[in-house]
Write a protein that binds this ligand. Structure first.
Ligand SMILES: C[S@@+](CC[C@H](N)C(=O)[O-])C[C@H]1O[C@@H](n2cnc3c(N)ncnc32)[C@H](O)[C@@H]1O
Length: 353
């Protein structure tokens, strides 16, 4: 049965969805190119024919032909039809293959692909309304999260976020105690340990495989002032911390107030809680843009189910906004909360007693 509609609006929406579908397959192509080393090879050898690229990567030229067609159509690689060669512009290289650069988006792609990988579980969870534990995601979710967040921490943690906190940098330079709660693969913990060699840094997370990955990275970095432990945010060990931090994880917790209360109890009286959360406005209408779309999406399949799988199940969501986060911190007993810093993707709240 046809419904009355505006033809121009229908066409505009259909075109928009077509672009989104192209993007969805583009993300998978980008992830495959990363895992199979095609972008790296193109970055190494410069303009190459399909056969040259096949020789460099060992990949079937028939598959490369299709993959390169899709990538060139997406604007992810460049094509010179006269020379029949493919190449990466500097911008394409930065986004698709330069791991560790702030512009590299491969962690993003890996995280999205990991959600498609377990789509049946996502639908089942959505329909049931029940929780889905963090640890039950595909491994790409954990690696992708680390790869995605790490460049932002490298770019901001030491140069902007720590200096934005009142008096913290001086204490850490002299030698203090830091707790990084829900540290995942420990990228933020390791950055702090490297920057403040006189301080002791402790990373905690309840997901054992993540703690193992963090320990491996710390050993590779040859750090003696960092230790990782499997622990719940509500009862991680230790006391007298000068700085406690949570990076992009409070909203994943079932009981964020319980976690913040435990932080308050383990901080020194003049200690600081630095809360890093995804940037969001307080009302849904403030977050209706591509970043909001991405965060609400991950929140549907990862963050909110992770919270609902835990005791209390507060389900803050990945777009909680400063007002609701401040309410959580106040409920936990923090007297002063202020926004200390902001980036295009994160806000940093400073909570003190
Ligand atoms: C989105 S990841 C962020 C990890 C890390 N902070 C980062 O920025 O890369 C969320 C992390 O919170 C951890 N987590 C969630 N609830 C927790 C809880 N109640 N206690 C300890 N860790 C928790 C998960 O295991 C996961 O590593």
């Amino acid at each position: 049965m046809s419904i009355a509609h505006d033809e121009a609006k229908l066409e505009a929406l259909a075109n928009k969805v077509m672009v989104d579908v192209a993007g969805a397959i583009g993300v998978l192509m980008a992830y495959m190119g990363d895992q199979a080393g095609v972008y790296r090879a193109l970055d190494d050898i410069g303009p190459a024919t399909i056969l040259q690229l096949s020789q460099k990567t060992g990949l079937n030229p028939k598959y490369l032909h299709e993959w390169l067609g899709s990538n060139a159509a997406a604007g992810y690689v460049s094509y010179d039809p006269q020379a029949e060669t493919f190449f990466l512009t500097p911008e394409q290289a930065l986004i698709f293959t330069r791991e560790g650069q702030p512009a590299c988006m491969q962690g993003f792609f890996q995280s999205v692909v990991s959600q498609f990988e377990t789509h049946e579980k996502a639908v089942e969870t959505f329909k049931s309304g029940l929780g889905r534990p963090w640890g039950e995601h595909a491994s790409g979710c954990f690696c992708g999260t680390d790869r995605f967040f790490r460049p932002a921490y490298v770019a901001n943690l030491l140069e902007r976020w720590i200096p934005s906190l009142d008096g913290v940098e001086t204490k850490l330079r002299a030698g203090g105690r830091i707790a990084d709660i829900a540290c995942g693969h420990g990228s933020s913990t390791i950055l702090l340990a490297q920057a403040f060699p006189n301080s002791r840094v402790f990373g905690f997370d309840f997901h054992e495989p993540s703690i193992q990955a963090a320990r491996k990275k710390a050993a590779q970095a040859g750090l003696a002032n960092v230790a990782f432990h499997v622990a719940e945010a509500k009862d991680f060990p230790g006391s007298d911390y000068d700085l406690a931090c949570i990076f992009d994880a409070l909203h994943d917790m079932g009981d964020p107030v319980g976690a913040a209360r435990h932080i308050k109890e383990t901080l020194k009286p003049d200690g600081t809680f630095m809360l890093v959360e995804p940037l969001a406005g307080d009302r849904m209408q403030d977050n209706l843009h591509p970043l909001g779309q991405i965060f609400y999406g991950f929140s549907t399949t990862v963050c909110t189910p992770a919270s609902l799988a835990q005791a209390v199940g507060r389900g803050l969501g990945a777009q909680a906004g400063q007002k609701r986060l401040t309410e959580v911190l106040s409920e936990a007993g923090f007297q002063k909360v202020r926004r200390a810093s902001v980036t295009p993707t994160n806000m940093v709240l400073e909570a003190t007693l």
